[in-house]
Design a binder for this molecule. Structure first.
Ligand SMILES: Cc1cc2nc3c(=O)[nH]c(=O)nc-3n(C[C@H](O)[C@H](O)[C@H](O)COP(=O)(O)OP(=O)(O)OC[C@H]3O[C@@H](n4cnc5c(N)ncnc54)[C@H](O)[C@@H]3O)c2cc1C
Length: 383
């Protein structure tokens, strides 16, 4: 595979993981990233990385950088909207049976991967404007008006992929909208190794630790948050929180005082066909994730590893066969995990007080493996 001339579109989790794995096998791809070097990797949020992602860091011999910049997660707690604990799960079985389950800031993960690849291999402030396939080659036009020929293209420009639109018709992919969304802020100087979520009626809060700080998420139905504005939305939530839950109250105050926080709208997407001849979709552009199960980045890395593994046995004349094998090996795994993130979304994003009370009661009888049965299957290799 060493003589393959590969273009990767998008320097996100999927694209960079794939580039690092290719480099390890002697292939240096060109990566185009639409953000400039200055604006790249500036928006950040927290990632929980399951061993599905962490194991790829092992493959890249990046485990010491990864461990240094992240923390091991020990527990997952679901609370009621007044802050009281409803159900607690230990995550130790993941750490013991599979590998370390870790919290890391997305920015840190991206930095580790960029350092491995070398930023000179990334063309910042650049996108693809046209692609044409012909006889095992893809001719690509770039936003700077240059044209270049490649053996294959890996499209990894995220859930709202613009590059996908160049070859895929609108009826070949679809979006699933929860009509919920929310904001992220950071609480600095915190040592926590427990995910804490607060499932309310028309509100959802989460505390997601990474190294030395905690990512705070507050969300709700788009129409309510947009109509009320973040300040009033948080003020209303705070009224119902019992005074002893000080960390949650501090987290909410931090979010209320954050200037212009970015509003994440929660939808995902699914694409019917993951490849067209020598062009393949990777990560969220193939199958995007709601953040509810915290598994999108892990699956993007798992997919990058599967793709590079299949490519490692391919020659230039049979790349589309390698891509076919990759898709048949990976797609069901990814869609299985996506189904859990949708299921969790339905449990978390509830508007009615009555339904949320029933849910809060019922959740006490669920084990973690039951809550995320599909992801458990993926971890076990049953998919
Ligand atoms: C708030 C939030 C919390 C999340 N929490 C978790 C979690 O805890 N655990 C987890 O596993 N997952 C989580 N996810 C999901 C996870 O972030 C995604 O599944 C993952 O980042 C997908 O990787 P990707 O490389 O496909 O896309 P991205 O990481 O979105 O990267 C896409 C890259 O392509 C670039 N790009 C975009 N358009 C173009 C273009 N036209 N040309 C060139 N470049 C382009 C972008 O600038 C970006 O660099 C979360 C997501 C959100 C929004």
């Amino acid at each position: 595979m060493k003589d393959l001339n590969i273009l990767i579109v998008g320097a996100g989790v999927a694209g960079l993981t794939c580039a690092a794995l290719l480099k390890q096998r002697g292939v240096i791809p060109l990566i185009v990233e639409k953000e400039t070097e200055e604006s790249f990797n500036t928006t950040g949020y927290m990632l929980g990385l399951l061993p599905l992602g962490g194991r790829v860091m092992n493959e890249l011999s990046l485990e010491s950088d990864y461990f240094e910049k992240s923390i091991e997660m020990k527990n997952y707690e679901i609370h009621k909207e007044n802050g009281d604990l409803n159900k607690a799960y230990s995550l130790d079985f993941i750490n013991v049976e599979y590998d370390s389950y870790r919290g890391i800031e997305r920015k840190e993960l991206i930095n580790i991967l960029v350092n491995k690849i070398g930023s000179k291999n990334i063309a910042y402030g650049s996108t693809v404007t046209k692609m044409k396939q012909n006889n095992n080659k893809v001719t690509v036009s770039f936003s700077n008006d240059t044209i270049q020929e490649f053996d294959m293209i890996i499209i990894a420009d995220g859930i709202h992929s613009e590059t996908r639109k160049l070859l895929w018709q609108p009826d070949e992919y679809s979006f699933y909208d929860t009509h919920w969304g929310g904001y992220v802020a950071w609480l600095e100087n915190q040592q926590l190794n427990t995910y804490k979520e607060y499932w309310g009626a028309s509100s959802f809060m989460g505390l997601y630790p990474v190294k030395d700080k905690v990512g705070v998420f507050v969300g709700g139905p788009n129409e309510i948050i947009k109509e009320q504005g973040i300040q009033k939305f948080i003020k209303d939530i705070k009224k119902d929180i019992n005074p002893e839950h000080q960390l949650l109250r501090t987290a909410l105050s931090k979010l209320a005082s954050t200037e212009n926080p970015y509003y994440w709208e929660f939808h995902d997407c699914k694409t019917n066909a993951w490849n067209k001849e020598n062009v393949v979709l990777l990560g969220d552009s193939a199958c995007g994730f709601l953040p509810t199960a915290g598994v999108g980045a892990s699956m993007a890395m798992d997919s990058a590893a599967a793709l590079v593994d299949e490519l490692s046995r391919a020659d230039k004349q049979h790349l589309s066969y390698a891509l076919k094998l990759y898709v048949s090996r990976q797609r069901a795994r990814v869609e299985e995990a996506q189904a859990d993130s949708r299921k969790l979304g339905k449990l978390m994003f509830v508007k009615s007080k009555t339904i949320s009370a029933v849910r809060d009661y019922a959740i006490r009888f669920y084990s973690l493996k039951q809550l995320v049965a599909n992801i458990s299957n993926v971890l076990e290799g049953h998919k």
